[in-house]
Design a protein around this ligand. Structure first.
Ligand code: AMP
Length: 197
């Protein structure tokens, strides 16, 4: 599948270190430089605002998807190429998935994790084959990768799927990897019952 649009999940806060905002800006610039449309949550604040501002400043297209009830709270970005107002968080995630050919998570909070893992579980179920990546600024995602290995070691995630992401601290290297194809290895999920069940 050709990758023309990339969804970025990231914090609605700026984080505790300036490197996080810098990384979000670099990612926005990199997507625009390559002619890739940025799809994101539509807010003007935190890393979300930084990635959108940078993509727009570099001449890129930016599609925002914001639930109506968050518009005032999260300060909708008013300068986007497209801003879609939806009725629920479920609709938001569904539309972001539909409009995107690949996904990248930047540092963020529970919202970022929720969005990322919904996309991971949909890939695991075979509902999409779109590549997924983590921008690992300052090793931000190493604890999450360790947690995924723990879930696999304890038998709840197939070992082949313990790291279903491309991982890099370089926006350019990460985008290169996503353009190379799917990151989630396919395994049959409910293949056979084990003797214990
Ligand atoms: P956060 O990483 O918590 O700053 O949130 C980043 C994005 O995720 C924002 O667009 C939030 O609106 C969204 N978000 C926050 N909480 C949730 C949630 N419980 N479920 C889905 N998305 C959320």
């Amino acid at each position: 599948m050709d990758v023309r649009s990339v969804c970025v999940f990231c914090g609605s806060r700026p984080g505790a270190r300036p490197e996080y905002l810098e990384a979000a800006s670099l990612m926005g610039t990199e997507l625009a430089r390559r002619g890739l449309t940025l799809v994101y949550g539509g807010a003007s604040v935190g890393l979300m605002g930084a990635v959108a501002d940078a993509a727009l400043a570099a001449g890129g297209k930016v599609v925002g998807v914001l639930p109506g009830f968050l518009g005032a709270k999260e300060l909708a970005h008013r300068g986007l190429t497209e801003l879609h107002s939806v009725d629920s968080m479920h609709e938001r995630k569904a539309l972001m998935e539909k409009r995107s050919d690949a996904f990248i998570a930047l540092p963020g909070g529970y919202g970022t994790l929720d969005e990322l893992f919904e996309i991971v579980t949909w890939a695991q179920l075979g509902l999409h084959q779109k590549p997924m990546g983590l921008l690992d600024t300052r090793g931000f995602f190493q604890p999450l990768l360790a947690m995924a290995r723990h879930h696999a070691a304890e038998g709840f995630v197939p070992v082949e799927q313990a790291a279903p992401f491309a991982v890099s601290d370089s926006p350019a290297a990460l985008v290169d990897r996503l353009l190379a194809g799917p990151t989630m290895p396919t395994v049959q999920k409910w293949l056979k019952r084990t003797r214990q069940t």
